[in-house]
Structures are given as C-alpha cells and as structure tokens.
Write a protein that binds this ligand. Structure first.
Ligand code: PLP
Length: 544
C-alpha cells in the first residue's frame, strides 16, 4: 500500500494488515493504534458493562517500533521527494487563509483512526499548507537548520521525555548540557569566564527571544539591587535600530518603560552596524538627565541584513559605564566556530552574555538556543524559585545546577542531547566546512547579482546572506521599491524558490539567505535564473 496523494508522496512501503500496518508482533493489536478493541467487557473501573471496551496502550514498545519505522520512512521520503520532485512542493505555501477549516472535521474523533489515514491527511491536507523550509530552494529569512543527527537527537529526546528542571529530575540532562555548552564555548573561543568552571556557564534556551528576555531580567535586577527598586522608571537600554524586535519585547516584559528604549540610528556608512559614538553620546546624555543606563544589546548578524555591531568599542563603553552588554548572534554566531569568522566576536570579553541559535545554522533542529553568561548568579537571582516540592538535599551547597533557575519556564526539554549528537556525529571540522559551503554558495549568488547591471548588491556581505535589489532608474526610489516588491511577489508565487525582503534606509531590499541543508550550487543558479526571468518585465523596453 502506498501513500499516493497526488503531490508526490510515495514511499514504496507495503503494510500487511487491513489498516496498512503489520501487527504481526504477537501483542494482540487489532488496529495498529495500540488500541485493544477486542471482546473485553471490563471498563476502567473494573465493572462489566457489556459495552465495547477501548483499551489504550499509549506507549507500547512494539507498536512504537512498528509505527516509528513507518514515520521515519515517511519523513525520509519527504526529504527525498523535496529533491527529486520539487515541482510537487511549492517552497512558499500557496494556500489561502483558512484553507484547512473546510478540510477537517469540526470535532475530534471519538474512536481511533489509523496511522495510515492520518498520514494520508498529512500528505493531502497538511502538506499544501507547509512552507518548505527544508527545500533546497529555500532562501528566505534565516534557515531552519536540520540534520540527521539533530533529528535523531529530537527523536531520542521525545523518547526519553525527561523533564530536567532540577539536577535531581535527570542528572544526565543537566550535566550533559553543562558539558556540551562548555564544548561549544570552546569552539567559539569564548573567554573562560563564560565556561561552567568559573562563575559563568551556558544554558540552552528555547529561542533567541527567551535568551534576551532572561538576560534583560538578570541585568535589571542586578542594577535595581544597587540603586533601589523605585528607580525602575529611570532605567534605560540601548540597541541599534536593526536589533531584533525581541529586544523591545523583552524590555517591555521586564517593565522597562517604552520611552527608555533607545534604538540608535544606523545607515550604510557603517553597513548598518551600531555606531559606538552614537552609543556613548546617548549614554552621556541620559546620565546628564538622571537616567540609569544598564543594558546594551549588540548584534552580530542582524536579522535584516546580517550587519555586525562593533563589539570591541561597544564593549569598552559598556565596561566604562558598568553596563550589561548582551551579544545577540542568533544567526551569525554559528559561523564563529570557523577561525576566519571568529573576528566578528572579538571584543566578546567585555560582554556579559552571548547567545546563538544552533537551530539557525548548526544543524540542531528547532529549537536550540545556547546562551552563555559570565555571572550565572545574576541570572539565578532574577529567576530562582524555591517551592518546597522541588527541594532536595545535595551534599554540597551549589554542587549542582538547577536549570529551572536559568530560564522562564519550569519544564524543559533535553535539548543538549541533539547538540551533543550533532557535535559528535559530524565533528567540528565538518560543521565548519558546511558553514563555509553555505557562505560560498551565497558568494556565488552575489557574483551573479554583481554581474547584472540591472541589479545591485546593497550591503557588504559577511556571511551567507546577500541583500540585493533591482537598481533604480533615473534615481526614482519609490518606483524602484515598487518594482522590487513586485519582483519578490512574482518570484515567490512560482513556488520554485522562496526569498524574503527587508527595508534599509527606506529602500525595499531583497534577501537571499543560504542555509538549508540540501542546497547545492545548482539550486542557487536556478534561483538566480528565476529571479532574472521575472525581472525581465522591468528590464525590457529600455526601462533600464
Ligand atoms: N536575534 C536575531 C539576530 C535573529 O535573527 C532572530 C531570529 O531570526 C532572533 C533574535 C529571534 O530568534 P528566535 O526566533 O529563536 O526567538
């Protein structure tokens, strides 16, 4: 039996029972869902009621084996088909809002359905609404970085399903996280103060948004301890106008007044990096006005254009004024495991915290956002909770890490497993080379753009993101923006590639970001051909 669905899913596996699943495991399942709906007449209270009994075995090992194989086949076929039959997978989903409502029932089923029925629905109903981030022709935003090792790590994590909020609740989950983040800190050549061996250490947050939030809270409480809680309305923070929107959100959640969030202007003269002079000027001005500067968020690899804030001068300013400096390197931090990109985080020694998203470019599957702090006690002071039911005795005070005190939520996933697996199953040299391949592919695309007089590369490229656009004609920027907007829509509506956009200095800019694990040179070349083809409407008839 095949999962034929009209959009290219076919895994060629056959299943032997009426439901499409082989239940020849002697465990007595009649429908492949772990449901015994045979003749038993005993309900959950042990009473005979004559009704058909539905007895669920939600975690039966033989059923897991059987259905797990089916699911792995399904996913492996997905990756195969993404490459072999790209025409069946519009990279940007082309459905309209609400498309799914008409395709699914109004309420959940009372009785079990088979995995086959479900996977058929995934193929026919869910897949059309998927934007294929794993397509080799995905070039939008920043990638969702996956790998077999990351996938297996997620699988193992799901299998163990431990909740390591304190050391006791799974010592290995805590201890592996500490070790793996020390490993990664060493690959990044972070200063020793960020390692667990001193006062610092790493923790895996779910996302970059969570990472910046917890450090804003730690820095806020550190300064309030010094100046007194009543001065919260006087606290001010600094970042550039290119900083990820999560920073503003973190500040607002942390009670920082919106008008005290200084987003310093950037422009092309610094390739959209934060000008240190503006920072120092803003701090001096705020101090003179009686404000309390306490936090700088610097970015290495902004979301918009992969701009880099100069950490060396920014760090010196932070140090001079005793301000917490956080470095958000969600995307580009991953590249810093390569010695040739490490220079972008020179100056990190004056930062208090550093974060990168291993799910963006280190093959660690969503989600995995390592954060390092120099002073873990600031984080713990801000986030510690001590309910009696979580207390446990250890021989030595501070002998263990309880990661619940380093994050917002209590429950946490065993994310270090997949990072450990990625690091071990590939090795750092392979990871570096893969990142270099992506950068080379981006360079390849950049060369195409540079050779076409109708286009221009807009910013200096450091990593695997190219910012480009159709050039203006007769200096008409408004019309130029309109044309680039139209080009973006036309290209993405083909379903053959997906690129995204941003705005820089009022200009509508196209973004081409390489990072999907299946992307090869041929996909980059095809993408450029598609972009060129759809731009011809603007470049014909002497428009350019
Ligand atoms: N910071 C930067 C520079 C980013 O590019 C992003 C996301 O693209 C984030 C933070 C937010 O990361 P997350 O989506 O993991 O919260």
């Amino acid at each position: 039996m095949e999962f034929g669905n009209g959009i290219g899913y076919s895994n060629g596996n056959s299943y032997s029972n009426g439901n499409g699943y082989n239940n020849g495991n002697g465990s007595g399942y009649t429908n492949g869902n772990g449901i015994d709906n045979g003749n038993g007449n005993v309900n959950g209270n042990g009473k005979v009621n004559g009704a058909k009994v539905i007895k669920m075995k939600p975690m039966d090992s033989e059923l897991l084996r059987e259905q797990g194989h089916i699911m792995v086949d399904f996913i492996a076929d997905y990756y195969k088909n993404l490459q072999d039959s790209p025409q069946d997978f519009p990279v940007l989903s082309q459905v309209q809002p609400g498309y799914l409502r008409d395709m699914l029932p109004d309420s959940a089923p009372d009785q079990p359905e088979s995995l086959k029925e479900l996977l058929d629905d995934v193929s026919k109903k869910i897949m059309p609404g998927i934007t294929h981030w794993q397509s080799p022709s995905y070039f939008a935003y920043y990638a969702s970085s996956t790998s077999v090792a990351g996938f297996l790590g997620e699988m193992l994590n799901a299998g163990l399903s431990v909740v390591g909020f304190t050391w006791l609740t799974s010592p290995a989950a805590t201890e592996l996280e500490i070790i793996v983040l020390d490993w990664l800190a060493k690959l990044l050549q972070l200063p020793e103060q960020f390692l667990s061996t001193g006062n610092g250490g790493g923790v895996i947050q779910g996302t970059g948004c969570e990472a910046v939030l917890v450090v804003v809270l730690a820095a806020r409480d550190r300064i309030l301890k010094k100046v007194g809680k009543t001065l919260l309305p006087r606290l001010v923070v600094y970042a550039s106008d290119q900083t990820h929107s999560s920073f503003r959100k973190a500040c607002l959640i942390g009670g920082i007044h919106e008008e005290n969030i200084r987003l310093l202007k950037t422009d092309s003269s610094t390739n959209y990096g934060m000008p240190p002079e503006s920072l120092e000027e803003a701090i001096s001005h705020d101090l003179a006005e009686g404000f309390i500067p306490f936090f700088i968020c610097a970015t290495v690899g902004t979301t918009s254009s992969a701009a880099v804030d100069p950490l060396v001068p920014l760090g010196k300013i932070a140090k001079k004024y005793g301000i917490w400096m956080h470095v958000d390197a969600a995307y580009a931090g991953n590249a810093c495991i390569c010695p040739e990109y490490r220079k972008f985080i020179d100056g990190i020694e004056n930062a208090d915290s550093f974060n990168m998203n291993a799910h963006k470019w280190l093959f660690a599957n969503q989600t995995c956002s390592p954060l390092w702090v120099k002073d873990r006690y600031s984080l713990i002071d801000a986030l510690k909770t001590n309910p009696e039911y979580l207390e446990f005795k250890v021989s030595k005070k501070d002998a263990v890490v309880n990661y619940k005190d380093w994050q917002i939520s209590l429950s946490r996933r065993f994310r270090s497993l997949k990072l450990w697996m990625v690091l071990r199953l590939y090795g750092s040299e392979n990871l570096r080379n893969f990142i270099r391949d992506h950068v080379n592919l981006a360079k390849h695309f950049e060369d195409y753009v540079a050779q076409d007089p109708h286009f221009e590369v807009v910013t200096t490229r450091y990593f695997s993101l190219v910012c480009f656009r159709l050039v203006p004609v007769d200096g008409d920027e408004d019309k130029c923006n309109e044309r680039n907007r139209e080009l973006l829509a036309a290209v993405n509506s083909t379903g053959k590639i997906f690129i995204s956009h941003t705005a820089l200095s009022g200009k509508f800019i196209l973004r081409f970001a390489v990072g999907a694990p299946l992307t090869e040179e041929k996909h980059v070349t095809e993408a450029w051909q598609i972009i060129q083809k759809h731009s011809s409407k603007f470049t014909r008839n002497g428009h350019y």
